[in-house]
Design a protein around this ligand. Sequence first.
Ligand code: OOG
Ligand code: NI
Length: 268
Amino acid sequence: MKKQVTELFENIWQQYLAVTPSADKVHQLLGAGNDLINDHVAYRTFNIEKVNIDKLSAHLLNLGYTECGQYEFKAKKLNAKHFEHPDDTLPKVFISELIVEEFSTEVQAIINRIVAKMDSSVTTDSNFLFSGTHWEISYDEYKTLLNESEYAAWLAAWGYRANHFTVSINHLNDFECIDRVNTVVKDGGFKLNSSGGEVKGNAQVFLEQSSTMADSIKVKFSDKEVEIPSCFYEFAKRYPMACGNLYTGFVAASADKIFESTNTSLLN
Ligand code: OOG
Ligand code: NI
């Protein structure tokens, strides 16, 4: 089972690197050539039955993962769940879904059209979690989505792929604290997401997180090519709870800010 999970994440990592060149460089900065342990990866989808969280998580449940937490993001109109594997060196997976019916009829029409374009077999194919988009979208449609939801626009442009990987600071050899990681990443020339402060969370909520701002990469829309935010890299440090075990969940208030690492308006 472990081999299958490792192979899946290797495929997901390669697809992610193809649109996130900074991740390779940051990986070098923190790991000095060694493999790093990933705390988690994150996915985005729509709550439409054909592609909802369950369709993504089915691939993980098959590999021994279990559902471990649920989260709500009212302002961003998202629900989320996280999944863990009994082997704690394998990444946790955070999957969110956009509550489509809460958007304008214009936005709903675009989303319903692109989801309808997908073959019904796509979500059960073994490569679904690294399959990208299964539709075409024009730049105007992208902007219509962007106007109401950065998340919807990102998902329509990039489809099914890890939105970010996350370095586990607990497993790094040369770093103890998140501030030091942030300094090295910034000194390396990378921009951090400073929404809500560079460090989200603290030891009291058992989780500290920071992230780079997404890379900017050209996307082929149906009518033109435009550079837009792709994916980002996150850093997480977990703290022990009263029982002595490290906290394994997520913190909604922090996650709410991490979502903004793909915001167009915050780039540059
Ligand atoms: C997910 C944001 C939440 C975290 O670690 O709190 C998250 C996303 O941007 O899709 O990954
Ligand atoms: Ni994350």
